[in-house]
Ligand binder design. Structure first.
Ligand SMILES: [Zn+2]
Ligand SMILES: [Zn+2]
Length: 148
């Protein structure tokens, strides 16, 4: 059983957050931006229910980067650990980086997006999940889900 609130934070522990309600959806993102941001092959992000996410410690350490054509990426200024991402026009739409969570959130990623850009050195596993060469189409998303 998953206990709420979910808790999580950055690598150094300076930034801590809580999620008070079940996550709405999760997906793998293989875009080049996620590769550069994480230094890895992909990122996994989960959408929070509106109003359920809050930073409980280290708000002053949170820095954000707005790419101009996607969600705003927020990370810890001390350690660089990415913690959440926010819709550029709707600050209530927040997704957490699944790797930043402390415990099993219960939810599992349900799709792969931007597979056209997947790292050639890390083939996508044959996990039966739908794959989308570009951004996850609207019809396949949980309400208001995250990208990039
Ligand atoms: Zn940190
Ligand atoms: Zn991405």
């Amino acid at each position: 059983m998953t206990a709420f609130p979910l808790t999580g934070g950055c690598v150094c522990g300076g930034v801590r957050f809580e999620v008070s309600a079940p996550l709405l959806g999760a997906l793998y993102c293989h875009c080049k931006r996620c590769q550069r941001r994480t230094g890895s092959a992909y990122s996994v992000t989960a959408l929070t229910a509106p109003g359920s996410f809050r930073v409980v410690q280290g708000e002053e350490l949170v820095r954000s980067w707005a790419p101009g054509d996607g969600w705003v990426k927020s990370f810890c200024a001390d350690c660089g650990g990415h913690v959440f991402t926010t819709h550029p026009e709707d600050s209530k739409r927040i997704s957490v980086r699944m790797g930043a969570l402390d415990e099993d959130p219960g939810i599992r990623p349900s799709a792969h997006q931007f597979t056209a850009y997947a790292a050639p050195w890390d083939p996508i596993p044959d996990d039966g999940l739908p794959r989308f060469p570009e951004r996850l189409p609207e019809r396949a998303r949980p309400p208001g889900s995250s990208t990039g």
